[in-house]
Design a protein around this ligand. Sequence first.
Ligand code: PSU
Ligand code: MN
Length: 284
Amino acid sequence: MSLHTPLVALESTVIAHGLPYPHNLALAQEMEAIVRGRGAEPRTIAVIGGELRAGLSEAELLHLATSTAVRKVSRRDLPIVAARRLDGATTVAATMWVAQRFGISVFATGGIGGVHRGAGDDISADLQELAQTPVIVVCAGAKAILDLPATLEYLETQGVTVVGYGTDVFPAFYSRSSGLAVDVRCDTAAEVAAIWRAKQQLGLPGGLLVTAPIPVEMEIPAVEIEPAITQAVQEAATRGLRSAEVTPFLLTRIAELTGERSLRANLALLRNNAAIAAEIAVAL
Ligand code: PSU
Ligand code: MN
């Protein structure tokens, strides 16, 4: 690997808490292979025995994919797992922060966290991280478990530029469109790279959110997903879930309620995002 090999960070919460075994392990390996196939080097990010890591062995990936002792680690959890030498799977927020420490500026994930539906007091640390940490995050938008208009308003307030990759509208994870406009459309990796360079030259802090819609043949119309979302959100409220428990619960319930098709859609958009992130890393 030369000094200038383009690097792409990958997160690990999706492996440990977002997808069932063995699909999670296969997907983690596939995303790494897709990045390599596009001329970049993957760096899956996690915390192992309290150590921040960018790049994992096969055994470490297997551990994240199978162990129930892996903590979900967002920004606020980093000092805890470091001090106590624990294993942790990093969310978008924590992955961005670790990526930046390792000098990696492009990161592929599935969906970001956001403003949850309802009272509005549950706002993912992912959004603040995008405002603070200089990493390009490639995702398929955010799941409609969230309040998507409120999530975009929050990003605007925080000064985060939202790019639509080959689209004018913010994608809603399983669906290609939320009906909400993005700030700018880019059709090539070079266009994304130009916006990133302009941001750096202007001295603006924080990241860039690049949203790519799920491949059209894998899309699940919003009307088909919405009943499962409504049910899962109600169940989370009934159980009185708080804080970091909410998102994993909603993801698991929606996967259970919608079955094989949503799993396949989830895997397809993750692969797509890995390919786009690699192209952006190469363009930079
Ligand atoms: N949304 C998904 N899949 C995921 C996540 C979100 O569709 O795996 C994970 C990501 O790691 C994201 C985290 O950063 O959940 C957000 O958790 P919270 O809402 O607790 O910040
Ligand atoms: Mn939360």
